[in-house]
Write a protein that binds this ligand. Structure first.
Ligand SMILES: *Cc1c(COP(=O)(O)O)cnc(C)c1O
Length: 486
């Protein structure tokens, strides 16, 4: 295996192109670019032939782990198979060649896709109006928090705090803080659900909203959601749902009916888009009527048969980004929803739940599962029993790589010691689920027989354990021995 960086390959002066002879008058760089803009040294870019470039990247692509090659039980991320028909549709020239500054009269098709997608999301969630603008769940959260602030301000007092459970995803407190709120924590109870008594203690007139994930990050449904919603609304606060776990609810129940005032969707999770490594994504935000005036501009409105963008919304939180959202992702979600249909969506959630419970039941004898009862689309196990042997969740994750599996999410949620969060999604066959369970069980046996094997894993890759703290703090992706870049 050639592990060299592209900067370490090639040789100075080698080219990947050949141009026809120049038949116009030549000018020099000195004539064209003033001295102060000219670089003093060579730019230090790789210089290779076309074939070497093709080989370099093709060989890297073979080393990629992807949902299209192997199982990806990454809890909370909903790494489901992405039907290729979505790519086909998103790649149609009518979608790829459209320009966002094109006049509305010749953009009616694109506007219709967006308008109808908003309609599907409204129906799925039981909400009144949706904006497709945010580019990720986290941006949807921020939009939601800004709308909550705008709403309370209009009511006379923006309020000070946002309450978030101790099991929440890190983006929740980050979004609330960015919107100028102080975060207060509400504890989880023995069952892994919101502790109602603790909630009563932290809820007061300063509270702007409670931000909940349902099912929560333990994969457990908040059964007392109507009680919670009653308590929150009694104080005049709003109820926000982090919709990252919507894959468990499709066609079964709706956040709007549970009392949520606003919800973000992660289209790239629930409605299939190849995601990971930071994008691409889409995190629409949906709201009940009383929050609709605050949605980002522009909204898409209908006048008879004509669709148009409405920028004239004086109470809006404003624009979140250029143009109207991550359009290609919207097309994929639209095509996915249209192709699977109503019953298909419902089956997705039913099978996601079934698959998660199947793995949970197979692993419960080998591993400690702290909240071991029927789960939704994911569950969390704890590797703490192996700590006596010096083995951590981290080590199990690394050993799974040797068995050919992407590790599950580890050390999240924070309230479970040595957490491993497993989300199989609906698209995996029973055989795949069994292979994964067999691997987990085999590793548990290895922990008894040969703990060192696990602590030094992975053994089958080019690279073993990295110093991840150093990698995060001293980011130097362009390192090369000759240091031509810097
Ligand atoms: C993924 C996720 C988010 C953030 O969504 P992004 O689209 O990654 O920004 C928030 N909350 C939970 C529970 C998630 O799983």
């Amino acid at each position: 295996m050639d592990n060299r960086l592209i900067f370490e390959k090639g040789s100075i002066g080698r080219k990947g192109y050949s141009l026809p002879a120049n038949d116009i008058e030549e000018s020099t760089i000195e004539d064209l670019i003033p001295e102060r803009f000219r670089r003093k040294n060579r730019p230090g870019l790789p210089e290779l032939s076309e074939l070497d470039v093709v080989r370099h990247f093709t060989s890297l692509s073979h080393r990629n782990y992807a949902i299209d090659t192997t199982f990806y039980p990454l809890g909370s991320c909903t790494m489901k198979y992405n039907p290729k028909i979505n790519e086909e549709i998103a790649g149609l020239p009518g979608f790829t060649m459209i320009h966002p500054l094109q006049p509305e009269t010749i953009s009616q098709g694109a506007l219709r896709i967006m308008f109808e997608l908003e309609g599907y999301l409204k129906e799925i969630s039981g909400l009144d109006k949706v904006s497709l603008q945010p580019s990720a769940g986290a941006q949807g959260e921020l939009a939601g928090m800004l709308m909550i602030r705008a709403y309370h301000k209009k009511m006379g007092n923006p309020r000070k705090t946002v309450i978030i459970p101790d099991s929440a995803h890190g983006t929740n407190p980050a979004s609330a803080t960015l919107a100028g709120y102080e975060v207060r924590e509400v504890k989880s109870d023995k069952e892994g659900l919101v502790d109602i008594e603790d909630l009563k203690k932290v809820l007061d007139k300063d509270c702007a909203a409670l931000m909940l994930t349902n099912p929560n990050t333990l994969g457990l449904f908040e059964r007392e959601i109507r009680t919670i919603s009653g308590l929150v609304h009694e104080t005049g606060a709003l109820l926000y749902m982090d919709g990252a776990n919507l894959n468990a609810l499709l066609g079964i129940c709706r956040p709007g009916d549970m009392g949520f005032d606003l919800v973000h969707f992660n289209l790239h999770k629930t409605f299939s888009t190849p995601h990971g490594g930071g994008g691409p994504g889409s995190g629409p935000i949906g709201v009940k009527k009383h929050l609709a005036p605050f949605l980002p501009i522009p909204t898409i409105e209908k006048d008879g048969e004509r669709l148009y963008l409405d920028f004239n919304r004086p109470e809006s939180i404003g624009k979140l980004q250029a143009f109207y959202g991550n359009f290609a992702i919207l097309v994929r979600a639209y095509s996915y929803i249209r192709i699977v249909g109503k019953h298909g969506l419902n089956n997705i959630s039913i099978n996601a739940i079934l698959n998660a419970n199947y793995i949970r039941k197979r692993l419960e004898l080998e591993f400690f599962i702290p909240f071991n009862r029927a789960c939704m689309h994911e569950f969390v196990l704890s590797a703490k029993r192996l700590k006596a042997k010096g083995i951590h969740a981290w080590d199990l994750a690394k050993r799974l790589i040797d068995y050919g599996f992407h590790p599950p999410t580890v050390y999240f949620p924070l309230i479970v010691e040595e957490a491993m969060m497993i989300e199989p999604t609906e698209t995996e066959s029973k055989e795949t689920l069994d292979q994964f369970c067999d691997a987990m069980i085999a590793i548990a046996r290895e922990a008894d027989q040969d703990p060192e094997l696990i602590k030094k894993a992975p053994h089958t890759r080019d690279i073993g354990r990295l110093d991840e703290v150093r990698a995060a703090r001293n980011l130097d992706v362009c390192f090369s021995p000759t240091n031509r870049l810097f």
